[in-house]
Design a protein around this ligand. Structure first.
Ligand SMILES: Cc1cc2nc3c(=O)[nH]c(=O)nc-3n(C[C@H](O)[C@H](O)[C@H](O)COP(=O)(O)OP(=O)(O)OC[C@H]3O[C@@H](n4cnc5c(N)ncnc54)[C@H](O)[C@@H]3O)c2cc1C
Length: 381
């Protein structure tokens, strides 16, 4: 089915270049990086050299002045080779927009060029050991002291936790005010009092360095406050629409890849002297999966276009983040079943899709939190 997204010739050229880059610079090293549980930071620099990072940033700050579709294409191409956990879009689509939208002129000049060139890698730190879904329950504090804010607290599950040079940290500047007392700070690598824990061991997303971050009397200059004091929670909520849309896109391309691999496999695999694809169970399973994936693609593309046009689609994105991410893992699981024992072996790409897709119903807001938001939109809570 033809897609209803206005991809231009520039987008298609970008897609070709990204596809080649992934094939030549990522796929050959991917297994090694999975074993290392981290990627070399040089890969960010190379991505920057090719203009693949934040291509939507304005030219005056080093970007190409493009749109979000470039980021969506990057995710699609990463999914096509099952290397989604490289997680470049966390940097490009999730973290850098905080600086672009809420940063002042001086901050944009200072931080955006490095983010575009890949010299600075970004992370975002909201989650704490005692506050995940309940973001407003965070306990990390930032107390103003002259020209600095003094941060104390701990964050956990931070993607790019080890590699990051700039971390957008959410902290309470007015603890008594709950969600209305949260501010965002850019904490730079090497700031005294900012330490990182060991990488957290995970069942998937192996190339991604996920770590705890610790702030102990960490003095952050007032110039590193993003936007207004105590407006941080509103900023987070505003940006979550884009983060969750990207998450839908990641899950969906995983499901599309799972289908592609499985359709090829069942045609080749002979069981009782006939191809696995000739069994009605195989046909029905794949017909059901294909229907779900196609319907999800139509819905996701529509949301991408609406988001590009600046529409408020929080309700639809919450529905999509919940349903598409759950669907993608279900499809990965059903496809894996059709591979028999081979599907359980790491040598087979389908096994990687199965474990990596599992994460997406958890981060960027769990499925349950998405349902809460949807039910609020229905006027139920
Ligand atoms: C690999 C990985 C990478 C991550 N990267 C980042 C990152 O870069 N930055 C960052 O800030 N965070 C990151 N996270 C954190 C992630 O966003 C949280 O794990 C997620 O929001 C859930 O929080 P939690 O783990 O504390 O679970 P909890 O909030 O403890 O939830 C436990 C269970 O309770 C359910 N639940 C919660 N509230 C309700 C409710 N009201 N009603 C019913 N059920 C409910 C949840 O859905 C879940 O099933 C990452 C997590 C992982 C695993």
């Amino acid at each position: 089915m033809e897609r209803n997204i206005p991809f231009s010739s520039e987008h298609e050229m970008f897609r070709d270049a990204v596809r080649d880059f992934i094939a030549n610079e990522i796929v050959p090293h991917y297994e090694q990086w999975e074993e290392d549980h981290i990627i070399p930071r040089e890969i960010y620099k190379k991505m920057g050299d090719y203009g693949f990072l934040c291509p939507w940033v304005a030219e005056e700050y080093g970007g190409a002045g493009g749109d979000l579709l470039f980021d969506m294409i990057l995710i699609e191409e990463m999914g096509r080779r099952s290397v989604i956990p490289m997680f470049f879009h966390l940097h490009s689509t999730v973290c850098v927009p905080y600086i672009d939208t809420f940063g002042n002129e001086e901050q944009k000049k200072r931080w955006l060029p490095g983010a575009v060139s890949g010299e600075s890698i970004l992370a975002i730190a909201m989650t704490e050991p005692g506050a995940g879904s309940d973001v407003a329950g965070m306990r990390t504090k930032a107390v103003k002291d002259g020209g600095h804010y003094v941060l104390n607290g701990a964050k956990t599950f931070i993607s790019n936790g080890t590699l990051s040079d700039l971390v957008v940290v959410a902290a309470k500047t007015d603890p008594a005010a709950g969600a209305k007392g949260v501010s965002l700070f850019v904490v730079e690598r090497g700031t005294p009092g900012f330490e990182r824990g060991k990488p957290i061991k995970k069942i998937g997303y192996h190339v991604q360095d996920t770590a705890e971050l610790f702030f102990e009397d960490c003095r952050v200059p007032v110039e590193n406050l993003l936007g207004k004091e105590n407006a941080g929670f509103v900023y987070l909520m505003k940006k979550l629409q884009q983060e969750r849309l990207a998450c839908m896109q990641m899950s969906l391309v995983q499901a599309e890849r799972a289908m592609e691999l499985t359709i090829d496999y069942v045609k080749e695999r002979l069981i009782f002297n006939k191809p696995l694809s000739h069994y009605q169970n195989t046909q029905f399973v794949l017909a059901e999966c294909a229907s779900e994936v196609q319907i999800a693609r139509t819905f996701t593309d529509a949301l991408i276009v609406n988001h590009l046009n600046g529409k408020d689609i929080l309700q639809e994105v919450s529905m999509g983040k919940y349903w598409v991410c759950e669907m993608a893992h279900r499809v990965a699981s059903r496809c894996m079943q059709l591979f028999g024992g081979y599907g359980y072996c790491t040598e087979y790409e389908i096994s990687r899709i199965f474990v990596d897709s599992r994460l997406h119903t958890i981060f960027a807001g769990t499925s349950e939190v998405m349902k809460l938001l949807v039910s609020r939109g229905l006027g139920l809570a």
